[in-house]
Design a protein around this ligand. Structure first.
Ligand code: G3I
Length: 383
């Protein structure tokens, strides 16, 4: 039987001797990107401060452990194209420069979404709704300007984000209302025209649910039937300690692979705090009570919960490596717990712990659990 404990022991020795000569953990930790199976990118979403190099805690982690980056917000329509005739490219330029300098696979997020899109995209100068041809022209201009600017430098695009309802039918967004059902195909067509070499993805959440996944795979089939390029389906991977079951992640990856496209896990994190029906309600008192009652670890995550999170990440990564031929990338949605969006969702003001590095930039037990699973998978394939 193989000895499964030696990587942890070796790592412990390495850390002890490194500390003795004044090196930090960051200098000796195995780099996640180097441990991953061949062909599996390990990515991370960056805030603007991070891609501007202003987050001194995040910077060494990003450059050491990741070979792919996604812009968490700066390439969204409202940021890069806030008014009909005005584009703001400086922050996105710095993001793309950062990835280029560090030889990373750069993902653009996202070209078409029903959120973070200015209301003025859908209306004329007098505020009345515009029609299909006018909106198609705006979509074409947006995609061709943004994708065209980064042609050859941004390697993959989340072309359309979250177009599906939970039952797999198309969301009745303004895009669908005004353009009709072929709006997804149009977005892929425009993106491919702007950069024929860029990979193009459909991205959504909850694709571990069979009905919604069927909707995503229907979109893939429809794109292919039109002869359009589609390289991958992204599942965001905003998961909980107890959901989804590893078997459901397994089915999702198997079915995406069988559809002839790559699977991408595009926004991975694991929420350790409770959720319940009060969190979305309009009742402000109920929401405040929800925050107070569920902000369980305002000072620190207890050791037992750290272990639970580590075991959960290990289970998740075991499924990823089992499907490493069809999974092209796993991207974490944030670097350290300090900057995770989950401190502000579903309600602002809770202290969450969803990622691999703590608020001070120290690797958590979850980091070591992921490193161990990746390392073991490499050894297994080498034997
Ligand atoms: O930058 C401003 C800051 O100047 C201002 O003071 C502050 C006050 O609210 O807001 C800041 O902007 C916030 C921005 O994040 C940067 O932190 C926005 O309000 C906030 O809405 C925005 O949230 C982002 C969210 O998308 C918007 O829907 C999250 O950071 C981002 O993580 C999240 O990412 C999405 C993916 O794009 C799609 N999948 C789901 C995922 C999580 O919601």
């Amino acid at each position: 039987m193989r000895n499964r404990t030696w990587p942890a022991l070796l790592l412990g020795c390495a850390l002890a001797s490194a500390a003795a000569i004044g090196m930090s953990d960051a200098d000796v930790l195995p780099a996640l990107k180097a441990l991953a199976p061949r062909g599996l990118l390990i990515g991370v979403a960056l805030s603007q401060a991070q891609s501007d190099g202003k987050d001194a805690v995040a910077l060494p982690i990003v450059t050491r452990h990741f070979n792919s980056i996604t812009a968490e917000n700066i390439l969204k329509w409202e940021n890069v194209h806030p008014e009909t005739d005005r584009f703001v490219f400086e922050p996105a330029d710095r993001f793309v420069d950062f990835g280029g300098k560090h030889d990373m696979f750069i993902v653009g997020h996202t070209l078409l979404w029903h959120q973070q899109t200015p209301a003025s995209v859908f209306t004329g100068p007098d505020g009345s709704p515009i029609g299909r041809e006018a909106l198609l022209a705006r979509l074409r201009t947006h995609i061709q300007t943004v994708v065209g600017r980064y042609r050859g430098r941004v390697h993959g695009w989340d072309v359309v984000n979250e177009a599906l309802e939970e039952d797999g039918t198309l969301r009745n967004s303004k895009w669908r209302q005004i353009l009709g059902e072929d709006y997804i195909a149009k977005a892929f067509e425009f993106a491919h025209q702007a950069d024929p070499d860029a990979e193009l993805y459909y991205n959504d959440f909850n694709l571990t649910k069979a009905a919604k996944r069927a909707g995503a795979l229907r979109i893939v089939r429809q794109l292919k039937a039109r002869g359009l390029r589609v390289d991958g389906v992204g599942d965001q991977g905003h998961w909980l300690l107890a959901w989804p079951a590893p078997e459901d992640i397994d089915s999702m990856l198997a079915e995406i692979g069988a559809a002839g496209v790559k699977a991408h896990i595009t926004e991975l994190d694991v929420d350790v705090l409770p959720r319940d029906e009060r969190m979305y309600g309009a009742d402000l008192d109920a929401r405040k009570a929800f925050r107070a009652e569920t902000n369980l670890y305002p000072d620190a995550l207890p050791a037992g919960k750290h272990q639970e999170l580590a075991a959960r990440y290990a289970d998740i990564f075991k499924v990823f490596v089992a499907h490493s031929r069809s999974v092209a990338r796993v991207t974490f949605w944030g670097v350290t717990d300090r900057t995770s969006w989950l401190n502000n969702f579903p309600i602002p003001g809770r202290v969450n712990y969803p990622l691999l590095w703590d608020r001070a930039g120290q690797p958590k037990p979850a980091f070591h659990a992921v490193a161990r699973v990746l390392e073991e998978s490499r050894r297994d394939t080498a034997e």
